[in-house]
Ligand binder design. Structure first.
Ligand SMILES: C[S@@+](CC[C@H](N)C(=O)[O-])C[C@H]1O[C@@H](n2cnc3c(N)ncnc32)[C@H](O)[C@@H]1O
Length: 288
């Protein structure tokens, strides 16, 4: 039986703290959404080509953040299909609403939904999409059961979580520098980017939730940055933890952090200082 709960402390307080953090991060995610989506496009492509949303179907995107994977599905379900773009935080929903308007997407409705309590009727959607959401929550087993519940028989779930830390230097090199310099504690067990990076565990959770035909595959991405400053600037927008540390550091300590990160990323840096850092997600398809 897969582990049920990733929490280590008081569950409701921790849930609230996690969601507050995401709400606060929403503006930064909005600023970075275009470039993040450009880099993460292979993951969205994998999810959509495997879940195969068809005209007339209802697609639910969970933990949608800026909403881009769902927006890619919106044209595939026309005519007659409906996209429900959802997130637990009001801030991220506001970002997604603006992006849908910019992209001229009209067959979408927005809902504030939590992964662990999906406030939708049983067997009411054809496809569930969730990119980089399930590993961030306290109880992924319940979330996956909820995904199974809202899917119609024969419905498909496509999700992505982050692969192991060593496959993702685009983020782990900075995280390690923060730990090595004593600015943050080493990551504790519990919800977080790499909480479901074990393929067998992810497969087990999906099967335990009642899904059939589970398929899990790594999807590589490449993160390109014009400079170290560009990379750190994006990280400040996407990671609340990094942003808080960076903003609080006196100049000499910031400079030291830059040096440590630059040295760690030497192999990924060209002569002009531009960086190309690999990353990898685990993408999964499962049938209800
Ligand atoms: C790493 S971001 C991913 C955003 C988007 N799916 C993407 O791929 O760019 C995680 C998102 O999950 C949302 N989230 C966190 N906990 C959640 C929960 N319990 N239920 C629903 N959404 C949640 C956050 O607000 C945030 O928008």
């Amino acid at each position: 039986m897969a582990e049920e709960n990733l929490s280590t402390g008081d569950v409701s307080e921790e849930r609230e703290r996690l969601l507050d953090g995401w709400d606060e991060a929403s503006r930064g995610w909005g600023r970075q959404a275009d470039r993040l989506q450009a880099a993460a496009r292979p993951i969205s492509d994998w999810m959509l080509s495997h879940a195969n949303p068809r005209p007339g179907e209802t697609v639910l995107e969970l933990a949608a953040g800026p909403g881009d994977t769902g927006f890619m599905a919106a044209s595939l379900i026309e005519p007659g299909g409906r996209l429900i773009s959802s997130d637990a935080t009001a801030g991220m929903l506001a970002v997604a609403r603006d992006r849908a308007a910019e992209q001229g997407i009209t067959n979408v409705e927005f809902k504030q939904l939590q992964l662990e309590w999906i406030d939708l009727p049983t067997a009411s959607v054809d496809v569930v999409l969730c990119r980089w959401g399930v590993m961030l929550i306290i109880d992924p087993a319940t979330a996956l059961r909820e995904c199974r519940r809202v899917l119609r028989p024969g419905g498909r779930l496509a999700l992505a979580v982050w692969d192991r830390p060593q496959e993702n230097p685009w983020t782990t090199l900075i995280q390690r520098a923060l730990v090595d310099l004593g600015h943050v504690e080493p990551p504790a067990p519990g919800p977080g980017m790499f909480a479901l990076a074990d393929r067998a565990r992810l497969t087990g959770l999906l099967e335990d939730a009642g899904f059939l035909d589970v398929e899990v595959e790594p999807v590589p991405i490449l993160r390109r940055y014009a400079s170290l400053t560009d990379w750190l600037g994006e990280t400040r927008d996407l990671s609340r933890q990094f942003g808080m540390v960076w903003d609080s550091l006196p100049d000499p300590e910031r400079q030291r952090l830059r040096e440590v990160v630059a040295e760690a990323a030497g192999d990924y840096t060209d002569a002009r200082g531009a960086l190309a850092l690999p990353g990898s997600s685990l993408a999964a398809l499962a049938s209800a």
